[in-house]
Design a protein around this ligand. Structure first.
Ligand code: HEC
Ligand code: HEC
Length: 335
């Protein structure tokens, strides 16, 4: 008992020191791969491609159909709908996706370029039959036949449309979708009035009693890791094994990538399968200790005993993570 007491006191001192060092939460500059440097022409092109139905089978949908700006760039339905009907997972937001070291809920893609599904040998939304169902070769030929696109690719890459350049342009645009203008980031950057007293209390709970920062770590609010937090399995997949599908390690069953919580107060649904539809439901899930019946649940998920006021404060904090620019992305004029 004594040892535990000393440990808890130390933990307390440590977390107070942590809570005061808000600069630890400053979002860094977005990492950019050497072979795809940012330029304005690429970014503009990526914006267009994101909203262009011509990248899909029968010109039926585009990236923003499933990553709806009005719901924070995340899915408007609990599970996404593509050419294969209802998919097993909810579409996470593309906000801050440039900071993730792997993409998708199970981390199966290594870069934003790879994630698009335009690169040969990589399945992703453009090429997946169940999603946009596009034929990449046909898309390349088609875009090359559109004078506006041909000229824009030339400006952005110095060459014509290729599968690689489609992937690169989309990734370049996504690298601009950071949440650095959120009230919380303004607060971190020194504007003490950017967030309310309730949100400041919530931020303390986030790093203290709530233990949220154990996985939603500074500076990105994600450890880029995978955890099983006992989310109810809903939707067409009877059991989604998550990270296990990539590693085949039984310890990874039911683990999903820790999301950066930015813009989550704008999402219509939350979690890999859209099991929850409000931050209140999420907090209640954590507060009850997740799902203790799930043998693989992370040991960090335990009952929290948060009061109603503490829950509201935590929600007030989470709301300060929303960068309104992400919610207002408008469809561009297409060539
Ligand atoms: C049919 C709906 C649908 C369309 C269309 C779609 N997505 Fe997604 N997107 C999803 C779903 C569902 C996931 C999660 C899938 C998974 O984890 O297995 C996802 C995941 C992602 C991720 C990973 C985010 C993260 O946190 O790891 C990015 C980035 C992304 N999509 C970008 C795009 C881009 C770019 C396009 C267009 C080229 C696109 N999406 C088209 C449904 C869609
Ligand atoms: C053990 C690691 C861990 C801890 C501790 C943790 N989270 Fe999470 N969080 C995750 C993972 C992993 C997911 C995604 C799980 C899934 O989809 O099945 C998630 C999802 C979420 C989401 C949904 C976001 C989205 O895009 O769907 C919110 C909101 C959230 N967490 C807030 C919190 C808060 C608030 C706390 C503290 C009370 C907390 N988390 C504690 C790992 C953790």
């Amino acid at each position: 008992m004594k040892k535990t007491g000393v440990f808890l006191v130390l933990m307390g001192v440590f977390s107070v020191a942590w809570a005061d060092d808000i600069s630890a939460w400053k979002l860094p500059a977005v990492p950019v791969p050497k072979d795809n440097p940012q330029n304005a022409a690429k970014v503009e092109l990526g914006h267009q491609l994101l909203f262009d139905n011509r990248l899909s089978k029968n010109d039926s949908m585009n990236c923003a159909s499933c990553h709806l700006p009005a719901t924070g760039g995340a899915g408007p339905t609990p599970r996404a709908f593509g050419h294969g009907g209802e998919l097993g997972r909810w579409a996470p937001s593309w906000v801050n996706s440039a900071y993730y070291t792997s993409l998708f809920w199970d981390g199966r893609a290594a870069s934003l370029e790879e994630q698009t599904g335009a690169l040969p040998g990589h399945m992703g939304p453009i090429s997946a039959p169940g999603e946009m169902g596009g034929d990449v070769d046909a898309i390349v030929a088609r875009l090359n036949a559109i004078p506006g696109y041909k000229a824009e690719f030339k400006k952005a890459f110095g060459e014509e449309v290729t599968a690689q350049n489609i992937a690169k342009a989309i990734a370049s645009y996504e690298r601009t979708l950071d949440a650095t203008a959120s009230p919380f980031q303004r607060y971190v950057n020194g504007d003490a009035k950017a967030i309310s007293p309730a949100a400041k209390r919530g931020f303390k709970i986030f790093q203290g009693k709530g233990k949220c920062n154990f996985c939603h770590t500074p500076p990105l609010m994600t450890d880029n890791g995978f955890h099983n937090i006992g989310v109810p399995q809903v939707g067409p997949l009877k059991e989604d094994l998550g990270r296990y599908e990539v590693t085949k390690d039984p310890a990874d069953k039911g683990k999903f990538k820790t999301p950066s919580l930015y813009n989550s107060s704008s999402f219509a649904f939350l979690m890999h399968d859209g099991a929850f539809s409000s931050l209140r439901e999420v907090i209640d899930h954590y507060n009850q200790g997740g799902n203790p019946k799930d043998a693989n649940q992370d040991v960090l998920i335990t009952k929290l005993d948060l009061s109603e006021k503490e829950k509201s404060d935590l929600i007030a904090f989470l709301k300060t993570l929303t960068d309104e620019r992400i919610n207002r992305i408008a469809p561009p004029k297409l060539p």
